[in-house]
Design a protein around this ligand. Structure first.
Ligand SMILES: Cc1cc2nc3c(=O)[nH]c(=O)nc-3n(C[C@H](O)[C@H](O)[C@H](O)COP(=O)(O)OP(=O)(O)OC[C@H]3O[C@@H](n4cnc5c(N)ncnc54)[C@H](O)[C@@H]3O)c2cc1C
Length: 277
């Protein structure tokens, strides 16, 4: 399959969906490649209080349902596939995916982060409460940050018990999120080893890696290419957006804003090329 697009976006989380809507609105022929479920990590966010427009907060799944409804109104080709490599042939990007090659003039990489794992059999990294049956179960969560406490509070609504096992002493989740978990009866064991605590379900929330294996070829060929928000210095037309390039600034509104900014820059780049012809 060979397709031609002004813009191909890899990753259908908040950054990728926002980029796709904005690009399509600008008139760019746009493809959005997602290997799993559209919405990315935001699908499992139990309760979002910092995305503007929802004064009482909103469940991640409901917010993403709105994102998807909005995406469906635009002429974006959503391709259910995994991006496996990226190359540049003259000025055209060749994106190899599990569903075939895609040719595009611009690429936005919005692939988020992949979870780190402890390496224990049966652990589920960043488990989706809606897809992890836990009624009457003893749930153990390893981690001490926002995600660990956020998921603990959600699992505590139906689990028999929820325990957080922290490697160190200091809770790094924000106060409000940690308090919500505590109010729902979540037990916290500091300075502990999760392998020593009994559980029915073990969930790891111990951080994320920002690896983008499918762009390794490009990284090798373009010395100095850094994974930072916006357009790469070289090759031109390659953009990064969202968690993949944001370090600790991992939030839905930032990811969506990055996606829109990258789509706008891709559009302006094509316009400039057209004007120079
Ligand atoms: C439990 C939890 C709670 C959270 N709560 C909040 C909150 O309250 N407020 C807030 O602002 N943020 C919250 N976040 C963070 C927020 O979800 C992320 O910052 C946001 O989803 C990042 O969007 P993104 O599009 O950059 O990446 P992601 O959401 O990670 O999406 C990336 C997408 O790329 C796809 N992908 C990856 N590699 C490939 C490939 N090779 N080919 C094709 N597709 C690929 C993935 O499948 C994924 O769908 C929470 C996160 C978690 C885990």
């Amino acid at each position: 399959m060979v397709l031609n697009y002004g813009l191909a976006i890899v990753g259908g989380g908040p950054a990728g969906i926002a980029a796709a809507i904005h690009a399509s609105r600008l008139g760019l022929t746009t493809a959005l490649v997602e290997k799993n479920e559209l919405g990315g990590q935001a699908n499992i966010a139990p309760w979002i209080e910092n995305y503007p427009g929802f004064p009482d907060g909103i469940r991640g799944r409901d917010l993403i349902s709105n994102f998807k409804d909005q995406l469906a109104r635009w002429k974006v080709k959503v391709i259910s596939a995994e991006a496996v490599s990226l190359n540049l042939d003259e000025n055209v990007f060749v994106l190899k995916t599990s569903a075939g090659n895609i040719l595009a003039l611009n690429i936005i990489v919005a692939t988020g982060m992949s979870p780190k794992t402890i390496g224990i059999k049966n652990e589920i990294p960043y488990a989706d409460p809606a897809k992890t049956p836990h009624d009457g179960k003893d749930v153990l969560i390893a981690g001490g940050g926002d995600c660990a406490f956020d998921l603990a509070a959600e699992f505590a609504l139906n689990a028999k018990s929820v325990t957080i096992s922290m490697r160190g002493e200091k809770i790094s989740a924000i106060h409000r999120v940690a308090e919500r978990a505590k109010k729902r009866g979540v037990r916290i064991i500091k300075n502990s080893d999760p392998t020593k605590i009994p559980y029915d379900i073990l969930i790891s929330c111990i951080g994320k890696n920002s690896e983008v294996p499918f762009v390794q070829n490009i990284i090798k060929n373009f010395a100095g290419l850094t994974i930072s928000p916006g357009e790469a210095k070289a090759p031109k037309g390659l953009f990064f957006a969202g968690d993949i390039c944001r370090g600790r600034l991992r939030h839905i509104a930032i990811a969506a804003g990055d996606g829109i900014a990258a789509a706008q820059s891709a559009y302006e780049r094509l316009k400039k090329d057209e004007n120079n012809k």
